[in-house]
Design a protein around this ligand. Structure first.
Ligand SMILES: NC(=O)c1ccc[n+]([C@@H]2O[C@H](COP(=O)([O-])OP(=O)(O)OC[C@H]3O[C@@H](n4cnc5c(N)ncnc54)[C@H](O)[C@@H]3O)[C@@H](O)[C@H]2O)c1
Length: 318
């Protein structure tokens, strides 16, 4: 059932993980569009700093809550963003990570079923594991280790996708699944081990820039504004568009190229040092975004040369 409020008027939108990096940008954009935003977060990997400017907004509400427990609220849209996203954080308490993905999905799908809300899952390119096809289309089933140290995240997200599609088939829920590829921008945490924030912080502090492996592994980097636009387009796409839809920037860079770009843009004297590659680290990752282009009319607009300086300014101010 599509809520009556979707006829152009303001919606009541729940954003789980709304105080996080992506969630806080999403809350901001939803408020700009005139919606009522309920941000739910247990602050496991975020700080109130991300949403302090929003607290004064009359249409913004914050609720401290852990999504592994049921939530009873009335909403029209649910963006399920809650989950630690960087290896340092999701490996700190792997059991809780799986619980957040799986119990969190069950609780939010239950809420969507009760309220008739449309629900979007923030899934991840990690569902492809260490892919043996390149770039990865949504039809690729992935190459994932079910028992490794990354499995709590990868398999938790895969199980969440399964739950979304079972609720869709069994209960006819209007679902949307976004497979998000590496995204960067202001409000990333400085010490969470993600490659863009790591490199910028190391460069700004004049420390060695650490590359794991030989730096030839590639990643694609999507600027946060582009990603949020993609998520919102997917949420408001027609009901037959369930996804999964890849959202990311197909521009491919090696980790070494990224390190060199960061050094150049920060004007740092940092040197690059190499360390052994961690277990199950994928060698190549690049989205095939033809589905997003065709179904959402979406593609990223912000190039690395534009997004990196904004991110560097944020970390400088921090
Ligand atoms: N940033 C990326 O590059 C990227 C890539 C792929 C997927 N994603 C997904 O997007 C979502 C947001 O990622 P992010 O980069 O903003 O990470 P983040 O860590 O900044 O945000 C996650 C938020 O979820 C909250 N959270 C964690 N466990 C919770 C729980 N049990 N109950 C309530 N809140 C909880 C955290 O406190 C945090 O505010 C995640 O689901 C992540 O898996 C992100």
């Amino acid at each position: 059932m599509i809520p009556a409020a979707s006829g152009g008027g303001p919606l009541r939108v729940l954003v789980t993980g709304g105080a996080g990096f992506l969630g806080s940008h999403l809350c901001e954009r939803l408020l700009e569009q005139g919606h009522d935003v309920l941000c739910v977060d247990n602050f496991y990997t975020s700080t109130r700093r991300n949403i302090i400017p929003l607290l004064e907004h009359p249409n913004f509400e914050l609720k401290r809550h852990d999504v592994t427990f049921p939530l009873y609220v009335e909403v029209d849209r649910i963006y399920n963003m809650a989950c630690p996203a960087s290896p340092i954080h999701y490996q700190r308490d792997p059991v809780q990570t799986t619980k957040t993905s799986v119990h969190g999905a069950i609780n939010m799908l239950g809420l969507a079923k009760r309220t008739g809300a449309r629900i979007l899952q923030a899934s991840t390119s990690e569902v492809y594991g260490d892919p043996d096809i390149h770039p990865q289309p949504e039809s690729y089933w992935g190459n994932v280790n079910p028992i490794g140290i990354r499995s709590c995240y990868d398999e938790g997200k895969r199980c969440a996708e399964t739950l979304f599609f079972d609720y869709w088939r069994q209960h006819k829920l209007p679902i949307k699944v976004a497979r998000i590829f590496n995204t960067y921008g202001p409000r990333m945490l400085p010490n969470d081990g993600r490659v863009v924030s790591n490199f910028i912080v190391q460069a700004l502090e004049g420390r060695d820039i650490t590359i794991y492996g030989d730096g030839s592994q590639t990643r694609s980097f999507c600027y946060v504004d582009d990603l949020v636009e993609g998520l919102m387009r997917l949420m408001e796409s027609s009901e037959e568009v369930t996804g999964p839809v890849n959202l990311g920037n197909p521009g491919e860079f090696s980790i070494k190229q990224l390190a060199e770009k960061v050094i150049e843009l920060t004007g740092s004297a940092s040197k690059i040092v190499y360390k052994p590659l961690p277990q199950d680290d994928p060698t190549q990752r690049k989205p095939d975004i033809s589905q997003a282009k065709e179904k959402l009319g979406w593609e990223p607009k912000v190039v690395l040369e534009e997004g990196l300086p904004k991110t560097i300014s944020f970390f400088k101010a921090l």
